[in-house]
Design a binder for this molecule. Structure first.
Ligand code: 6PG
Length: 473
């Protein structure tokens, strides 16, 4: 057993765990490392080069626990779900009161809440921490959304601030709230990520399938957009991906990639949690649904030979309208994400600070973009009903970009090009700005067949009506 004491332990040397361990070592921390497959440990330490001097190889969980200075911080980067529960069963008996277990995976925040209670009952701390930025982020500076107790944040803060991405010097890490708050915020981040990716793919689809542009040309357009208010990591990634050539075919690599998207669950959780709280994250739901539809490629192959398009005359709008549509769609999808954060904060009494969350998303994470600074500012204006799209900057930008969004959605509708996320965002916008909606008829229908009651305009209380029998009205 090693007698060298480490500042922190990292268990799980997969892509994210090993990158975080090296990031910690590079920032001067002594890191105890271990892994379920013991034969991964020595090669990892050997390949760490100069940093290996700050790594303490531990052949087992017991050795890892013994190697860390109490009160211990031990970060687990292992698959979420049952493996984390099994790990807690194994590690809790080895720990002392005051120690902190950190789950840095993409866990369901409901599980994190349950685990927090279990660990607290044993006298220790449990931190559910969202980590975003993929392998490069984890290695050189991720964005981190930290849940858990104030005490655990106090001990983790200096470590996490050292390894986080920085935006104008500000570390992209925050203690967002207790118990499951960190994993909840990460889940919503991923929901926004799904919508952002889908909307970019929809603009690509319109240009590819209706305007006949090749991938490289679309990539060039996106590359230009990256220097505008549309600038974002995902636009940059899309531009680069579209301009990458396939060594096998010599053509664009994206043209060789099967159009079936995977998903690990966090986007879906965002939608499920939104619905559970009586919210509708329709643009995010559309993005999750589009991935689900994409996976049934056999059905789509068959249906494409049977279902007619019924297309109307229409044309693909100019580049300015496309850019406006994407910006408006992205603002609306982000706003839906922030609405879910607000609902979650109220439901679980977390006291989430939307401005700070927007700030820690400005660098390091997958949805980092020029827009996040504007969402941080919008949050500070305290807009009516907390609705960020009512903040002057965002409302003005939407007003400017709405004609573009309408032209793009109209074009997709006319030409038969699916734009589920952009259409959903527009429908939400139009619903919000309709002071007198149409659910008066829904209420009439409900009262008609079920005496569910309705409110009357300008009057207090609930009413019901003796509706005429059908066929005699
Ligand atoms: C991040 C990402 C990451 C996520 C991948 C894949 O913030 O770094 O959100 O955590 O695992 O993006 O997610 P899907 O497989 O669900 O697309």
């Amino acid at each position: 057993m090693s007698i060298s004491k480490a500042d922190i332990g990292v268990y799980g040397l997969g892509t994210m765990g090993s990158a975080l361990a090296l990031n910690l070592a590079e920032n001067g921390f002594r890191v105890a490392v271990s892994n379920r497959e013991e034969d991964w440990i020595a090669p990892f330490v050997q390949e760490a080069g100069d940093l290996s001097a700050r790594l303490v190889a531990c052949g087992s969980l017991e050795e890892l626990v013994a190697a860390v200075t109490p009160p211990r911080n031990i970060l687990f980067m292992i698959p979420s779900g049952a493996p984390m529960d099994a790990m807690l069963d194994a590690v809790l008996p080895m720990l002392d009161p005051g120690d902190t277990v950190i789950d840095g995976g993409n866990a369901d925040f409901n599980d994190t809440r349950r685990r927090s209670d279990t660990v607290a009952a044993a006298g220790m701390h449990f931190v559910g921490m969202g980590v975003s930025g993929g392998e490069t982020g984890a290695r050189h500076g991720p964005s981190m959304m930290v849940g858990g107790s104030e005490a655990s944040w106090h001990s983790l803060r200096p470590i996490l601030e050292s390894i986080a991405a920085r935006f104008d010097g500000d570390p992209c890490v925050a203690h967002v709230g207790p118990d499951g708050a960190g994993h909840f915020v990460k889940t919503v981040h991923n929901g926004i990520e799904y919508a952002d990716m889908q909307m970019i793919a929809e603009i690509y689809g319109l240009l590819r399938d209706a305007a006949g542009w090749d991938a490289g040309r679309i990539g060039g357009l996106f590359q230009g957009w990256n220097d505008t208010e549309l600038g974002s990591f995902l636009i940059e990634v899309s531009a680069a991906a579209l301009q990458t050539r396939d060594p096998q075919t010599g053509g664009p690599l994206v043209d060789a990639i099967v159009d079936r998207a995977g998903q690990k669950g966090t986007g879906r959780w965002t939608v499920i949690e939104a619905l559970k709280m009586g919210q509708s994250a329709s643009a995010i739901e559309a993005a999750v649904g589009a991935r689900s539809w994409s996976s049934d490629s056999d059905l789509r192959d068959t249906a494409s030979g049977i279902l007619s398009d019924g297309a109307l005359n229409g044309e693909v709008p100019d580049e300015e309208a496309l850019a406006d549509a994407l910006l408006a769609g992205r603002i609306l999808a982000h706003a839906q994400g922030f609405d879910i954060l607000r609902a979650g904060s109220a439901t679980f009494d977390w006291g989430l600070d939307p401005a700070r969350i927007a700030e820690i998303w400005r660098a390091g994470c997958i949805i980092r973009s020029a827009l996040l600074e504007r969402f941080a500012s919008a949050s500070r204006t305290d807009p009516p009903h907390g609705a960020l799209i009512l903040a002057p900057d965002l409302a003005d930008t939407l007003a400017r970009c709405l004609p573009g969004l309408r032209r793009v959605v109209r074009s997709g509708v006319a030409l038969g090009i699916p734009l589920p996320a952009l259409s959903a965002a527009l429908a939400w916008y139009d619903s919000l700005r309709t002071a007198r909606g149409t659910t008066n008829l829904i209420q009439a229908q409900r009262d008609f067949f079920g005496a569910h009651g309705f409110g009357r305009r300008g009057q207090e209380g609930q009413f019901t009506f003796d509706w005429p029998p059908l066929g005699q009205g």
